[in-house]
Design a protein around this ligand. Structure first.
Ligand code: ZN
Length: 134
């Protein structure tokens, strides 16, 4: 079984905290101990884990990322969204989080983010919850 989280990303580039939605599905699954794989089936979006306490961290990450991978830079890809493809592969398409006593085992300041690099769009995040049984 694969669970889905649907997210409307709202902007061209954004990092959207989906931790609460993921935890809700983990809770509803009833799995106490295991792994939650968070996977995004898109080529211009990504999944990452980073600080969710200070919103300026997300702002700074997106700001610096735009300098490393500019929106326009003589790319040849006909869709004109090469920067989004490059950023997505830099961040990656999945994260695995340990489930401990029914809770995502994240650090105090960590959250799970859907990273949008070619929005605004409607995105889907897949969750695979694996019960380790102990
Ligand atoms: Zn493209």
């Amino acid at each position: 079984m694969v669970y889905k989280v649907n997210v409307n990303t709202g902007k061209r580039c954004a990092m959207i905290d989906i931790t609460a939605e993921v935890q809700k599905i983990v809770t509803e699954s009833g799995v106490e101990d295991g792994i939650c794989m968070v996977y995004i089936p898109h080529t211009t979006a990504a999944v990452t884990i980073n600080e969710n306490a200070d919103p300026d961290v997300v702002r700074d990450m997106l700001y610096e990322l735009d300098k490393i991978v500019p929106y326009s830079d003589g790319y040849k890809h006909f869709e004109g969204n090469s920067a989004a493809h490059i950023k997505s592969s830099m961040f990656g398409f999945s994260e695995n989080v340990i489930i401990d006593s029914g809770r995502l085992l994240l650090g105090r300041w960590q959250g799970i983010y859907l990273c949008e690099f070619d929005g605004a769009r409607s995105r889907t995040v897949y969750l695979k919850i694996i019960d380790s049984g102990r």
